[in-house]
Design a protein around this ligand. Structure first.
Ligand SMILES: [Cu+2]
Length: 78
């Protein structure tokens, strides 16, 4: 992969519905767990609609791993 131009990158954006988040602590817990995964460049929770928007490299990490990280943090992925 060339890092400079990103021409071979498999960067993808996904929006996941997460159940069980109710406050700022939940928001930061989910963001922290997801961002700790290799290949995840950003994770941003929107509490109002219970979603997390994730940018990740499909060559490095897959959706199942991301979902597992959220589940391990104690939340349900819808
Ligand atoms: Cu909370």
């Amino acid at each position: 992969m060339c890092e400079g131009c990103g021409c071979h990158s498999g960067i993808d954006t996904v929006v996941l519905k997460v159940e069980g988040m109710s406050c700022g602590h939940c928001k930061s817990a989910v963001e922290k767990e997801v961002k700790a995964l290799p290949g995840v460049s950003s994770a941003e929770v929107t509490l109002e609609d219970s979603t997390v928007t994730i940018n990740f490299d499909t060559h490095v990490v897959d959706l199942d791993k991301i979902k597992n990280a959220i589940i391990e943090a104690g939340y349900q992925v819808g």
